[in-house]
Design a protein around this ligand. Sequence first.
Ligand code: FUL
Length: 473
Amino acid sequence: MAKTPEFVKYAASIVPSERQIKWQETEFYAFIHYGINTYTDSEWGNGNEDPELFYPEKLDCRQWAKLCKLAGMKGLILTAKHHDGFCLWPSAYTDYSVRSSKWKDGNGDVVAECAEACREFGLKFGVYLSPWDRHEETYGTGDAYNKYFKNQLRELLTAYGELFCVWFDGACGEGANGKKQVYDWEGYYKLIRELQPNATINISGPDVRWCGNEAGICRKSEWSVVPYYHSNAELIASASQQNVSKPPKKINPTDLDLGSRKAIKKCNKLIWYPAEVDVSIRKGWFYHASEDYSVKPLSKLMDIYYNSVGANACFLLNIPPMPDGKINDKDVETLLSMGAQLEIDFNENLAEGSIITDNKHLDEEHCGQMALSSDPEEYWHSGDDPDGAELILDLGDEYDIDKIVLGEHIRTGQQIEKFSLYAQLDGKWKRIAKETVIGYKRICRFKEIRVRYFKLVIEKARCFATISKFEAY
Ligand code: FUL
């Protein structure tokens, strides 16, 4: 057995926080971009749009939440304030909010209605609060704006029940001669930890990593343990959108590998920092009638789902409501078909009640059979010599299968670096997948085969290997 290098042992020792585990389990959730831009047909407001423009005649947050639920999502994040500074809740610290609109005579609160609808439909609720604010006068002055921002944050963290996530955008389009605000990131994070300890802080924050583009593309290997510097807010801002007409479409090619041995070898500080893939169902983030005929087709959305949720990332899909406050029929239709497709794809786990044997395990309590347990705390553990470990799944009979879902017990870290999956066809093992990362979830998709036995071979792992999910569909 080869000696494990120290830096690999260090990487293997990095584990997620409870809040990161809960976030990862959310898997697929909605972004709702809604605000003053919805009424001006734009993507970025200037901060001087008239609040009276905000007038949803049929605001229906229950429609949003119900639709998300039926689409198979588990949460929703609302843009409480976008770059224009207009607040969807009646903030006590500015007049630039729903309070200055005629909607409900200035007595409305979209954040409250949306939080309530999420609770009703069993969705987790989160808020997007743009650090960049084009309306607020104190923006760019340092402390005064940081105070303003924290006051607003406190309102959102205390008045709307439990939040699963606070989403900080890295975007800022001030340009060379624009205002330069030095954000008090540490102060923002401290407040969130104090008032919503279970909420993850996404993107310009320490808990969840932006995948690096807004096109729904994630890396083939999305490692959860990466160098600490990837969580630096200024670095994230420099890669984020700086021009309204140029959303980042590609992952920087130099950032294709963030977590392999090669990528982490020389780094003395690592962090658990899993990826989130954010993309809009339309071209824009806000609603534009001109895009009614360019809603992404089901096939595209399913591909993004499999390449994100199925590759150790989470999928944040944006659905923009129309000026009347409802989601357009075109988006509704696509999302309902997505929910139905997910139901079909994961209709019955054929591995339930099957048998798994292994060639090594730590002890009886962590034998191969444990990979089939529905209790996430019961799992197979290879022991301290993981390379070459094998799990054989016997379904008891032949079935038509086109997907195997695997998952590591991430509470004990991300260990697996390389694996192959085989199916027994005509008495011979045929390789059907060869990948690197498993992490929280890896969905291996292949052409449907009629098969009884599958074999998972762990070709390389850090200090040990675990499997807590082994499902067949
Ligand atoms: C970007 C923003 O500039 C877009 O308007 C949108 O909010 C997207 C999610 O993030 O950086």
